[in-house]
Design a binder for this molecule. Structure first.
Ligand code: SAH
Length: 348
């Protein structure tokens, strides 16, 4: 097992069978070795810095009906909200004062937010905060739309592919959504010049080890700048309400594998990871992650952006969230930095 881990650290890729061994035959000792190698690479490129992204969940209206998601269109119990431009700008102002230099605008696919409205919004944020990066995470749009938003000042885009396997994609989504289109969006985004993030949920219903290997190979071929992974967590108002959540151990293992596959990747220790274990985000950082994404949304809407049950940090002010995370990172020997947290190229 150690030889496989060493080879992954050296050549950044493995055969399907080797990935399978890593994913299915891991012992506690090897798990620690895997994390150690992941940290070594991460320290060589990013030191002990942890980048922060201020997450603004600006709308929970969504035209899609993804079976796993709490804000899916058919969830009648979701109380819908949409932040106004002024509210979003006030989140940015607050965030900037707190030391955030990246804003992530995330939301459901909300028809109200047309290209015109979004372009205007992105342009204002870009003008007011020229030293900040603007990340969008608003789902599938046309190539033209992505281009207009890029021209307006957005430079990063998060669009998890969710699963790289066709049949599994169908298990998680209604038939009007396709893996093919999702992947095409990622290619457009990359070609336009965005720093792109793909990713998937660990332990989503029906996910097999083979699916995970396909995810790893897909990520290897896309060579994204960021990869967002976190455990699947059931939401009570979805058809997956009674499914099991993804495991902490598997998520940590995959974070380490991703760090070794893509040495420079920007890898968040996600809120979902912090939700399934009180020290989940710390463990994620210690497995090789280098990003955290605390919430900047106004507290009165936090509970409404419930993608899954029991989401953490829904009652705290942004300032408390940042302080809390900063303390948590310091306790494990890392530090939150005031920085855009750009992707660093390296030849490791
Ligand atoms: N509408 C945007 C943002 C989606 S929400 C888009 O389509 O990209 C961001 C991510 O949350 C999703 O990509 C999904 O991977 C994750 N997510 C949704 N429901 C979840 C659940 N029940 N458990 C864990 N993660 C979930």
């Amino acid at each position: 097992m150690k030889e496989i881990i060493d080879r992954l650290a050296d050549v950044h890729t493995l055969s399907r069978e080797e990935y399978r061994t890593l994913l299915t035959e891991m012992t506690a000792e090897n798990e620690e070795y895997l994390a150690l190698k992941a940290r070594e690479i991460r320290h060589a490129i990013y030191g002990h810095d942890v980048f922060t992204r201020g997450l603004i969940e600006f709308t929970n209206y969504c035209k899609n009906d993804c079976y796993y998601c709490g804000i899916r269109k058919s969830n009648q119990h979701a109380s819908r909200y949409r932040l106004t431009r002024e509210e979003i700008l006030s989140c940015c102002k607050n965030g900037y004062e707190l030391g955030f230099r990246t804003f992530v605008l995330q939301g459901g696919e909300d028809g109200y937010y047309t290209d015109e409205r979004l372009v205007q919004l992105v342009r204002i944020i870009h003008e007011r905060y020229p030293d900040c990066a603007i990340t969008l995470s608003i789902g599938e749009r046309s190539k033209e739309s992505y281009q207009r938003l890029y021209d307006a000042g957005a430079s990063r885009y998060l669009l998890r592919h969710e699963t790289a396997n066709e049949a599994h994609y169908k298990r998680l989504h209604p038939s009007n959504l396709s893996l093919q289109n999702r992947k095409a969006c990622l290619v457009h985004l990359k070609n336009i010049g965005y720093q792109v993030g793909c990713g998937f949920m660990v332990g989503s219903p029906g996910q097999t080890v083979d699916n995970l290997i396909e995810d790893l190979n897909y990520i290897s071929s896309l060579q994204p700048h960021m990869v967002g992974i976190g455990p699947f967590i059931p939401h009570k108002d979805t058809s997956f309400a009674n499914e099991k959540a993804g495991s902490l151990a598997m998520t940590l293992r995959l974070l380490s594998i991703l760090r070794l596959m893509l040495p420079s990747v920007l890898l968040p220790a996600t809120t979902a990871l912090g939700t399934i274990h009180p020290m989940g985000r710390e463990k994620g950082i210690l497995a090789g992650a280098n990003v955290v994404m605390p919430n900047l949304s106004p507290t009165d809407v936090r509970k409404k952006y419930m993608l899954y049950d029991n989401k953490i940090c829904t009652g705290d002010e942004a300032a408390e969230c940042r302080l809390c995370l900063s303390r948590r990172m310091e306790k494990i020997g890392y530090r939150l930095v005031v920085d855009r947290g750009d992707y660093r190229t390296c030849d490791l």
